[in-house]
Design a protein around this ligand. Structure first.
Ligand code: XMP
Length: 524
């Protein structure tokens, strides 16, 4: 990172908790830039970022276990504030001379879920928020506990299951909390984290997307030098925001390739081309390769086979284009934080392949390119905010996520042009009605699916024998889990009527009532 653009920041040391990413989010919501580093790389990140404070995350590990992770000792000697959360509290206690014992030894078991703690002493973390004697709801998830706090610390709050619920060493500005302030089930959690960044670390909380933009532009320039960058556009928000940002940084050194596989939604290809060429004047290679993709997909019905074929064909086309511009040194991708954390997580990333997500993986090795991923630290809604900051139109920025393999994974069974066309029409009606009802932004993702079954119907006194269309709409924060969107019956009836009346080839509409898990958001 260009040293001149280093923002005031908080370093989050990740010990592999499922919710570490939420800590980063809360810190940024407090207007402070933060980065997460796995504990193995924390010392390096600390030296590079020169943070104004450190947060130690939770972990599935157990401090008393041999070989369990430790924070770099240098962090405790740097003279900056430290907040240890759950395992972070325990590891700090252990490293600074206290004692942590496993739940099975204390005989008290753990504390999971909602708990109440009582404030026993004033503490900078509680400033303006919690008073001595008050009881507050928090969310706990721990088996081990601190049985003897380290020299210099005092207990400032306690709970039935964790007598050492919150400890503070105000002189060194070290704080340890057993509960999780980063999750929404701790109602005052975000405010406690903001108290740490503002009152304890002294940060103004004025970090903005405009600053992020400037930081990233400097970083991209430093990384790329005078090299050539190629960026695949999927039609989605992430790759578009990455491309516009990189273009701002390095201009003509960037070439964007839009691989139009014929599996886009209605009007999508036109929108992307007009946005890039019209509004931004960004060099864009538009490859219309519908025929190539559809002929490859002919006869393919297995979902994984479809995904793999689409991924491979995409890479072939992309590689051709990279060669056509005389080779590229860097590949730009709109990778987001939730994608990153899976690969660096202490717990080792996903163990089972539920579905092979399509991206341009495989290309960097094949073509010896380095990756440029300027959105790696952001969540989806933060990417949208950056998109707005870069001036992307609201209609584009606010779009629902759309998967790389496009409509192919919304057409169970064989994918043909005819079936894509039918689905595009139904999907457009569904989304139009959602927009008209003012529901678009309340829904994470909504789409139609074309089922590989035909059913009998009656229209105008005649028998029909046509396709079934499934409708899906979910709410989610990150796509990892999802709830069904509860449309009212009148809305669904109206959409179903319009689809059956206006789309030839569909005579029945069903609504998908499955949450994730056990379902996935897409049908394949
Ligand atoms: P699932 O179906 O796994 O989807 O519950 C979770 C989120 O990921 C999107 N998705 C993809 N995005 N390439 C992508 O870029 C893919 O191959 C892919 N498969 C699913 C899906 O639309 C949802 O938002």
């Amino acid at each position: 990172m260009d040293q001149a653009h280093l923002p005031d920041s908080i370093l989050i040391v990740d010990f592999g908790s499922q919710v570490t990413q939420l800590i980063a989010r809360r810190v940024r919501e407090a207007g402070v830039y933060s980065e997460i580093a796995p504990y193995t790389m924390a010392e390096e990140a600390f030296a590079r970022m020169k943070p104004k404070g450190v947060i130690l995350s939770g972990s599935p590990a157990s401090v008393p276990d041999e070989g369990s992770p430790r924070a770099p000792a240098a962090l405790f000697e740097a003279g900056i504030p430290i907040l240890g959360i759950c395992y972070g509290q325990q590891v700090m206690t252990q490293q600074l001379g206290g004692e942590v014992r496993p739940g099975h030894e204390t005989g008290e078991g753990g504390e999971f879920g909602r708990a109440y703690l009582t404030v026993t002493e004033p503490c900078a973390l509680f400033d303006g928020l919690w008073e001595v004697g008050e009881r507050h709801q928090v969310w706990m998830s721990h088996g081990d506990k601190v049985t003897q706090f380290a020299p210099g610390f005092d207990i400032v709050a306690t709970s039935d299951g964790a007598p050492v619920a919150v400890i503070a060493d105000e002189a060194r500005r070290f704080y340890g909390i057993q509960f999780h302030p980063e999750v929404v089930h701790t109602p005052d959690g975000a405010k406690l984290i903001a108290n740490f960044t503002r009152h304890v670390c002294g940060l103004a909380g004025d970090w903005t997307m405009a600053e992020f933009r400037a930081t990233k532009i400097a970083e991209i320039r430093a990384q790329v030098g005078d090299g050539k960058v190629i960026c695949g556009l999927s039609g989605g928000v992430d790759s578009a925001v990455a491309a516009v940002l990189i273009h701002e940084a390095i201009g003509e050194q960037l070439t964007c390739v839009f691989v139009d596989h014929g599996l886009m939604r209605q009007g999508e290809a036109e929108q992307v081309v007009s946005l890039f060429k019209g509004s931004y004047n960004i060099p864009l290679v538009h490859r219309d390769v519908e025929e190539l993709f559809l002929s490859g997909l002919a006869g393919v019905t297995d979902p994984e086979a479809k995904r793999k074929l689409i991924g491979k064909t995409f890479i072939d086309v992309f590689e051709e284009e990279a060669k056509a511009i005389g080779g590229a040194d860097f590949l730009a991708q709109g990778t987001l934080y939730p994608d990153v954390i899976e690969s660096v997580s202490f717990t080792g990333g996903p163990s089972v392949t539920i579905k092979s997500h399509h991206n341009v993986g495989g290309l960097p090795e094949r073509m010896n390119m380095q990756l440029v991923e300027p959105l790696r630290e952001l969540f989806k809604d933060e990417v949208r905010e950056l998109g707005r900051e870069l001036g992307l139109p609201e209609a584009f920025v606010g779009r629902h996520p759309f998967p790389g393999p496009g409509l192919a994974i919304r057409i169970p069974g064989e994918v043909t042009k005819e079936r894509c066309d039918i689905l595009r029409k139904a999907d457009a009606i569904y989304l139009e009605e959602i927009r008209n009802a003012g529901l678009y932004d309340a829904i994470w993702q909504a789409f139609a699916v074309l089922l590989p079954v035909k059913t009998v119907g009656v229209m105008g006194d005649a028998r029909t024998y046509d396709n079934v269309c499934g409708l899906r709409a979910v709410t989610s924060t990150d796509g990892m889990t999802a709830d069904v969107y509860p449309f009212d019956a009148g809305f669904l009836t109206n959409v179903a009527t319009r689809i059956v009346n206006e789309v030839r080839g569909i005579n029945r509409v069903v609504y998908d009532y499955t949450s994730k898990p056990p379902g996935t958001i897409e049908w394949e």
